[in-house]
Design a protein around this ligand. Structure first.
Ligand code: HMG
Ligand code: MG
Length: 313
C-alpha cells in the first residue's frame, strides 16, 4: 500500500543554533543547511530576522541565506517578528530578482506569538493582542510580496512564567494566526513537558467545536526536555497531523525558556517512522552523519538517541 508523507521542518539552523553561546561562523551555518538539504530534508528553517540585541546568534541570517545552496523545490523559511524584520528581508530579496538563475534566498517567513502573556512579553516585548496586531500587518505585507507565511504559537502546554496553559487560549491564538493568512500553525511545546495524553487533549480542543481547525493546518513543534517528543509526534499522527518540526542532533533550547532542551532530534523522528506507513523522505544515515558533524563542530553532546546509537554500531 502507498506510504503517507510526513513533512519534517528541520529547525536546527534556527531553533537549534539561536541559543548557542559562542559565535558560530556563517560558514558553519551554511554548511549545516547544505548538508541537511543533501540528507533529504527539503524544508529547512534557515535563520531569523529578529533584533540582534535580543538574539545575537541570528544576526548574520541575510548573509547565510544569500550564500547557502538553494535547491529548487526546497524551502528555507526565516523567522520575522515585526515589519522591520520583513523590510530587511524584502531588501535582500530585491537583490535576488526572480529569473536570476538560482532560486531566491527564501520564499517563506514564520511569524511567532504565544499562548500566555508572560511568554509573549519575554520573547517579543509585547502583549498577545499587540503581537497579533503586529503580525497581521507583517502577514499582509508578506502575502502581498508573494511570500508564504507560517505561524507559531509558543507554550501550548506549560509556560515557564505562568504554569499550565489554557487550551482555549491556545485555540484562540492559533485561530487568529490562521485567520490572518498563515497556511499552517506550528504548536510549540516550548518547555518540553507535554505528554501524549496532554497533546491529544489539546488537539481535540483545537479540532472540535465551532472554531474547529483541520489537522492539515496544524503542525507539532515539540521540545524534548522530558523525553516525550517522539511519543507526542506518534499521538499527533494518530490525530491526523502530518507536519513536525525537528532539529538535527536535538540541537537547541529557547533563550526565553530557561532549562528547556532542544527540539526532538530529526534522527529520532526518522528512526521512529522506519518500517511504518509513513515516509519522511530523509535518509537516516545521512541525517545521523550531519548530527555527528554539527555536534563536534559545536563541541556539544549529540542529543539524538537514534543518532548516538547508530554511530555506536
Ligand atoms: P523591542 O526591543 O521591543 O523592539 O523588541 P524595538 O522596536 O524597540 O527595537 C529594539 C532595537 O532592535 C532597535 O535598535 C531596532 O531597530 C532593532 P536600536 O534603535 O536600539 O539600535 N530591531 C531590529 N533589528 C533587526 N531586525 C528586526 C528588528 N526589530 C527591531 N526585526 C522585538 C521587539 C520583537 C524586535 C524583539 O523582542 C525580538 O527580536 N524578539 C525575537 C526573540 C526571538 O527571536 N526569540 C526566539 C525565536 S521564537 C522561539 O524560539 C519559539 C519557537 O521555536 C516555538 C517554540 O518552541 O515555542 C518558534
Ligand atoms: Mg522552539
Amino acid at each position: 500500500s502507498a506510504l503517507t508523507a510526513v513533512k519534517i521542518v528541520e529547525v536546527g539552523p534556527r531553533d537549534g543554533l539561536q541559543n548557542e553561546k559562542s559565535v558560530i561562523p556563517p560558514e558553519v551555518k551554511i554548511e549545516l543547511i547544505n548538508r541537511l538539504n543533501r540528507a533529504g530534508l527539503t524544508t529547512i528553517e534557515a535563520g531569523s530576522f529578529v533584533s540582534p540585541k535580543w538574539v545575537p546568534q541570528m544576526a548574520g541570517t541575510a548573509d547565510v541565506i544569500s550564500r547557502m545552496e538553494r535547491v529548487p523545490g526546497s524551502s528555507y523559511p526565516v523567522l520575522v517578528p515585526n515589519l522591520k524584520g520583513l523590510e530587511l528581508l524584502l531588501d535582500l530579496l530585491a537583490k535576488h530578482p526572480p529569473g536570476a538563475g538560482t532560486p531566491p534566498p527564501t520564499d517563506e517567513i514564520a511569524i511567532f506569538t504565544a499562548a500566555t502573556e508572560g511568554f509573549c512579553k519575554a520573547n517579543t516585548n509585547c502583549s498577545i493582542a499587540e503581537s497579533l496586531e503586529r503580525l497581521e500587518a507583517v502577514t499582509k505585507k508578506a502575502l502581498d510580496h508573494g511570500l508564504r507565511v507560517r505561524g507559531y504559537v509558543s507554550v501550548v502546554i506549560d509556560c515557564p512564567y505562568e504554569g499550565r496553559v489554557s487550551q482555549t487560549k491556545v485555540r484562540d491564538v492559533t485561530k487568529a494566526l490562521l485567520d490572518m493568512g498563515c497556511y499552517e500553525v506550528s504548536l510549540g511545546d516550548t518547555v518540553g513537558t507535554g505528554t501524549p495524553a496532554q497533546v491529544r487533549a489539546l488537539l481535540e480542543t483545537l479540532m472540535s467545536g465551532a472554531s474547529a481547525m483541520p489537522a492539515g493546518k496544524l503542525a507539532g513543534h515539540y521540545h524534548d526536555t522530558f523525553g516525550t517528543a517522539v511519543a507526542n509526534i506518534m499521538a499527533s499522527l494518530d490525530m491526523g497531523l502530518r507536519t513536525f518540526d525537528a532539529s538535527v542532533g536535538g540541537l537547541g533550547g529557547c533563550p526565553y525558556s530557561p532549562g528547556a532542551t532542544g527540539n526532538v532530534a530529526t534522527e529520532d523522528v526518522v528512526y521512529a517512522l522506519r518500517d511504518s506507513k509513513y515516509t519522511t523522505g530523509a535518509d537516516l544515515d545521512a541525517v545521523v552523519d550531519v548530527g555527528d558533524w554539527i555536534s563536534k563542530k559545536l563541541n556539544r553532546r549529540n542529543a539524538s538517541r537514534a543518532g548516538t546509537a547508530t554511530l555506536a554500531k
